[in-house]
Structures are given as structure tokens and as C-alpha cells.
Design a protein around this ligand. Structure first.
Ligand SMILES: Nc1nc2c(ncn2[C@@H]2O[C@H](COP(=O)(O)OP(=O)(O)OP(=O)(O)O)[C@@H](O)[C@H]2O)c(=O)[nH]1
Length: 185
């Protein structure tokens, strides 16, 4: 299994690149890199070409097209179609070692993905999910129809949904106000 840290967003609501924000005494992408390394053969940062210098010499996977997070996931499968991809967005600062251990321990490789169930919407959270190789076909099919929602793929598919024991794990931070409320900075 490989890991993919989604960091290629435009962060328009935040006004500054969300992947570079500090929550654990280091940029969030660097924190996630450490956290994912024990579980994965390679951890990649998923980003645009113009962001690459932000990530020193760490392995990056550049989006082949800019269509949002699905573009990052699709580029990952284009790079390694037979690998599973543990995908984590860089704007979820409450993801912890326990979160990843929990997700990995519930993995069902015979389904297209293993995902947390959002406690309010009851939908899968697509950006903290293990995407199995068999999901690649569904992703390609959706892309070919000009539909770019990872959630829609998971809603239609045979996904292993796991209840989230700590709803905060799924909280994402999108605005300066969210950031201030979370960190006090
Ligand atoms: N690789 C990649 N990651 C993306 C892309 N768009 C969003 N992401 C990541 O997906 C996660 C959720 O992003 P969003 O909050 O939906 O989008 P955003 O562009 O970062 O933020 P807004 O511009 O405020 O909507 C974040 O970790 C983003 O870095 C993309 O086009 N490519």
C-alpha cells in the first residue's frame, strides 16, 4: 500500500496554502508523512507542479489534470494502478496515529475502499480512505463522464464503512476562522 497526502488544493477560503499550516509543531504535510510512513511502502505528496518546491525533496505526485481531489487520486492510480492508496487530506489536523491505526486495522481489501462513516451525514469520508486497486475503474469511468466527486464514487460502490469513534478526526479546517478556533493562533 502507498499513501497519498492530498495537498494540491487552491485553499481559496483559507487564503494561504492549507498544507503548509502548522498544527503539530511542523507543517501538516510533514506531520502526515511521519504518521503514514509505518504503514506504506511510499508516501507521496499529491500537489500541483508549482507547489513542488514547498515539499523539499520528499516524493511528490504531480496532478495530471486539475479537477480537485479526484485528480490527485486518479494521478496516483495512473502512477501505480495495482497498489492500494491510503489517501489523507492535509486539512484534517485531528488525524492522529490512532486514526490511521484504526483505519488500517479495519481495512477490507476485497471491497473497493475502506472509509470512515461521517457521523452526521452517514456518508463515507472520501479524503481519509483506503482506495483499493479495484476502485481505479470506477474513478476512470466517473472522470470520463466529466464528474469529479470522490464521494459520489464511494456512495455508489461496495465500500467498507467504519463508524468513526472520534468524530473530530474527520473535521476539516477551511477558513482562517476555523484555524483560529482550532489553534488559538
Ligand atoms: N492533489 C490535489 N489535491 C487537492 C485538489 N483540490 C483539493 N485538494 C486537497 O483536498 C483536500 C480538500 O480540499 P478542499 O478544501 O475541498 O479544496 P481546496 O482547493 O484546498 O480549498 P478551497 O479553495 O477553499 O475550496 C485538501 O487537502 C486539498 O489540498 C487538487 O486539485 N489536487
Amino acid at each position: 500500500m502507498n499513501a497519498l497526502i492530498l495537498a494540491g488544493g487552491r485553499s481559496t477560503r483559507m487564503g494561504t496554502d492549507k498544507s503548509l499550516l502548522t498544527y503539530h509543531h511542523q507543517p501538516q504535510w510533514r506531520y502526515l508523512y511521519e504518521l503514514l510512513t509505518p504503514y506504506c511502502s511510499t508516501v507521496f505528496i499529491s500537489c500541483r507542479a508549482d507547489q513542488k518546491d514547498n515539499f523539499d525533496s520528499f516524493p511528490c505526485l504531480i496532478d495530471n489534470r486539475e479537477i480537485g481531489p479526484l485528480g490527485g487520486i486518479l494521478s496516483a492510480f495512473e502512477h501505480s494502478p495495482t497498489e492500494a492508496w491510503l489517501v489523507v487530506a492535509c486539512d484534517m489536523p485531528f488525524v492522529s496515529p490512532e486514526t490511521i491505526a484504526f483505519l488500517v486495522s479495519h481495512r477490507q481489501p476485497n471491497q473497493i475502499a475502506t472509509a470512515f462513516q461521517h457521523p452526521e451525514t452517514l456518508f463515507p469520508e472520501p479524503l481519509l480512505t483506503i482506495w483499493e486497486p479495484q476502485s481505479y475503474q470506477s474513478i476512470q469511468a466517473q472522470f470520463e463522464q466529466n464528474r469529479f466527486s470522490p464521494l459520489q464514487i464511494l456512495k455508489k460502490a461496495n465500500v467498507h464503512l467504519i463508524p468513526c469513534p472520534t468524530p473530530r478526526w474527520l473535521q476539516n479546517i477551511n477558513t482562517p476562522e476555523d484555524f483560529k478556533n482550532t489553534t488559538g493562533q
